[in-house]
Every structure is written in structure tokens, then in C-alpha cells.
Design a protein around this ligand. Structure first.
Ligand code: HGY
Ligand code: MN
Ligand code: MN
Ligand code: MN
Length: 414
């Protein structure tokens, strides 16, 4: 005899705190980078909780982790819900983990209520959504959607020098009880709950965002190669100074290209100088450019402008310029039938919502290429994310999980 399933607020809030302790930083954030020891610890904790509930645990060759609660009809493709567990080096405790743990709470609430759904529901923790330790981001969901080549990525080196192939193998081996499954299995739909990571919902005091689309993203790695020389003896006209080139290029990127379009987002997040000595003109300077725009043509135009500015700066400072495209994510629209299910659930629970476009990329962007997908956003304080101060109120956490449970009930019906 089943009852109406309800989210268990105390259990979910405790779970979020439990996972925030894995890779906890002194400033209250988390450092749980993809395929790290901390990431493996979090995966194990989630898998053990799944085993304890009698769910089945799977991994695929991209180390995507799946927790399955069977449904009435095993022939039906499962509904997939979830997000990611990896974090930025100085990340917040909610980015990714909130969606993954809220999805697990949905399975527990259904189990507690004895509800048998028509189709199975699977919770997923996709591998390396952040892309900060290994490029590209959304590695696991891209591989799941056939939108990227895992064998190419295997040779990638992390920012700390580790080889992706080794870290993938260690992660899979750390969970021997999980069953391996072929990558990219059929699913009926995918719903990802995530913090907004921006200011809109909080500013409008709306508890739920119904995400209809995700803007496009390009990541460029720019490298200027010049000539190392003595800081004290080398006059300007003899210098082939990659730092001068980088400074000129970044000034144009942030001083001219970004201000020209209010929808443009350009970020230089990482810069490295070699040899990095105070009294040596660098031999090489590399930096990253994260380019975002909701419109594909505008994104391509900004990419061209950035490349032109870098080539010009390199030439002016007597340097060679190398530009590598590390990530190329076209803007994506989500499935109306899934956003409609989210909106219906918000109405049924009398929780206000508003449609919106995501400024951040997400795993749902890629899963949405192979199955109907959409996202549910909850507000975060001051719109801050990718920052240890990231915060979501308990009320918004519970509202988001209740919506996810309602949507899962709707979409798991045959
Ligand atoms: O960068 C992004 O958009 C994602 O939050 N990792
Ligand atoms: Mn995220
Ligand atoms: Mn993130
Ligand atoms: Mn994401």
C-alpha cells in the first residue's frame, strides 16, 4: 500500500552537509575536483547509500555513476535525474551536489512511500562537469551523448599533471561493486536540478527557474612564445615579450570586445608565465579565455575577434601566437514537454516559477542532444557560485527537491 511520497527535509539537508565535508576547504567551500581522491570518496559514499536502499549501481567507461531504482516495466527506458559531484578548486557545496543529492532524495522518498513507478528512475553523477582539472568540462555527459571522443581525452593531462586515463581507471577500480554498462544507454528524459549561479531568481524573489535553454561556450587557450632575456639589460626594442602581448590582448578582450555587447561574457581565468622569475622576461605566457553568448553567430563573431586581437598583439610584441580551442559548446534549447512538466508541477505545488536561459553550461546541455531534457534552477545568495561563499537557503533546497520529485512522478509514468 503506497502513500503520497514526500521529500524528507532533514535527510536531504544532512546529506548535503555530509558531502560538503568531502573536500571541505577552511573557508567553507569544497575542493572535490574531477576524478580526485575526494571525488572518489564522494562517489563511494553515494554508492554505499544506494546499496543500502537496494538500488543498483552502474558505471560506464567515462566513470559516469548511475543509481537505479527499478520500475514496474523493465523494458521501458529509465527516467534520468541528477547532475555532478565534482567541484571547482575553490567551489561551493551546492554546485552539482545539490542536483545529485536531491535526485537521490527523490529515490528515497519513493522508496519510503512504497511507490512503484512505471519506468525505472536512475540518478546520475556525471564525470568532470567542471572541466577545471581536465578539459573539457561536461566530459562525462558529452561522452554519454556521443558528443565527444573519450579516447582523445584519455591522453589529457590535468592541471596537476595527472593523466586522465590513469585517473579514470583509478576511479572505476575504487568502486568494484558497481556494474559496468555500455556508455550512452537509452533514457526517456533527463531532468537536472541546479543552483542558478546568477542573480536573477534572487533579485526577482522567485524560488524556481524553469530553464528553457543554455547559452553557448567556447574555451580558448592562447600561448605567446617570445624570448627569455635579462630584465635589467634588455632594451624595449630588443624584447620579444609574451607578457606584453598578453597584457595588450587581454586589455582589448575586456576593454573592447566584452563592453560591445551586454549579452557577451568573456573571462580570462588562468594566466601562466614561464619561467616565472621576477627578473626574467618570460619565454612563454599562456592564458585561457572563456567566451559565452546565447546566440551562436555572436559567439562565433567574438571567437574571431579574440583570435584577431591575439594575433595582432603577438605580432606587435615579436612573439609567436598559438590558439587552441579547448571547448566548443553550441547554445542549446531544452524540450518543451519537459519544461511543461516542471511548470505543471510548480503550479500543482503552488510554487512560483519563471522561465530562463542558463548562463552556465550544464550536463543537461549534452544529454538534451540525445533525449528530451530540461533543468530546474533554485536561487543562490547574491548569485554567487564557483566561490566558497556559495549559499542556498534550506527553503529553496526543499522547494527544488519537491519540484524534482513531482516532475519525476510525472515523467516516470509510461
Ligand atoms: O562553467 C560552467 O558553466 C559550469 O558551471 N562548469
Ligand atoms: Mn555545476
Ligand atoms: Mn560549476
Ligand atoms: Mn552544470
Amino acid at each position: 500500500m503506497s502513500t503520497m511520497p514526500e521529500v524528507n527535509p532533514a535527510r536531504l539537508l544532512t546529506s548535503i552537509a555530509d558531502f560538503a565535508a568531502i573536500g571541505a576547504t577552511p573557508a567553507g567551500g569544497v575542493n572535490r575536483q574531477a576524478l580526485s581522491v575526494e571525488d572518489r570518496t564522494a562517489r563511494r559514499l553515494l554508492a554505499e547509500r544506494a546499496f543500502a536502499r537496494g538500488f543498483t549501481v552502474f558505471q560506464d567507461e567515462a566513470a559516469n555513476l548511475f543509481l537505479r531504482r527499478d520500475g514496474r516495466d523493465a523494458t521501458l527506458p529509465p527516467l534520468l535525474i541528477g547532475s555532478h559531484l565534482d567541484s571547482q578548486p575553490t567551489g561551493g557545496r551546492y554546485d552539482g551536489a545539490l542536483g545529485t543529492l536531491s535526485a537521490f532524495e527523490v529515490l528515497e522518498a519513493l522508496a519510503d512511500a512504497g511507490v512503484e513507478t512505471d519506468r525505472a528512475i536512475e540518478v546520475v553523477a556525471f564525470t568532470n562537469e567542471e572541466g577545471s582539472r581536465f578539459s573539457p568540462g561536461c566530459m562525462g555527459s558529452m561522452a554519454f551523448a556521443g558528443a565527444g571522443n573519450l579516447s582523445d581525452w584519455r591522453r589529457a593531462r590535468a592541471t596537476d599533471g595527472a593523466l586522465l586515463a590513469d585517473e579514470l581507471a583509478a576511479t572505476l577500480q575504487a568502486l568494484p561493486e558497481a556494474r559496468m554498462r555500455p556508455i550512452g544507454h537509452a533514457i526517456s528524459a533527463f531532468v537536472e536540478l541546479h543552483i542558478e549561479q546568477g542573480p536573477v531568481l534572487e533579485r526577482e524573489d522567485v524560488p524556481i527557474g524553469v530553464v528553457t535553454a543554455v547559452q553557448g561556450t567556447k574555451w580558448l587557450e592562447i600561448a605567446f612564445s617570445g624570448e627569455a632575456a635579462h630584465a635589467g639589460t634588455t632594451p624595449l626594442e630588443f624584447r620579444k615579450d609574451p607578457m606584453g602581448a598578453a597584457a595588450a590582448a587581454i586589455a582589448r578582450i575586456q576593454g573592447d570586445i566584452m563592453p560591445a555587447d551586454p549579452a557577451a561574457r568573456l573571462t580570462v581565468g588562468r594566466i601562466t608565465a614561464e619561467p616565472g622569475s621576477i627578473n626574467v622576461i618570460p619565454s612563454r605566457v599562456s592564458f585561457t579565455v572563456d567566451i559565452r553568448h546565447p546566440d551562436a553567430a555572436a559567439l562565433a563573431a567574438m571567437d574571431r575577434r579574440v583570435r584577431e586581437e591575439c594575433e595582432a598583439a603577438g605580432a606587435r610584441w615579436g612573439c609567436e601566437t598559438a590558439i587552441e580551442l579547448r571547448v566548443d559548446m553550441a547554445p542549446g534549447r531544452f524540450a518543451p514537454e519537459v519544461t511543461a512538466a516542471i511548470e505543471e508541477t510548480c503550479r500543482a505545488l503552488a510554487i512560483r516559477s519563471r522561465p530562463m536561459v542558463s548562463g552556465a553550461f550544464h550536463d543537461a546541455l549534452f544529454v538534451g542532444r540525445v533525449a528530451p531534457a530540461a533543468m530546474i534552477f533554485v536561487p543562490c545568495r547574491n548569485g554567487i557560485s564557483h566561490n566558497e561563499a556559495e549559499f542556498v537557503s534550506d527553503a529553496h533546497i526543499i522547494a527544488g527537491a519537491r519540484i524534482l520529485l513531482g516532475v519525476a512522478l510525472r515523467l516516470s509514468a509510461a
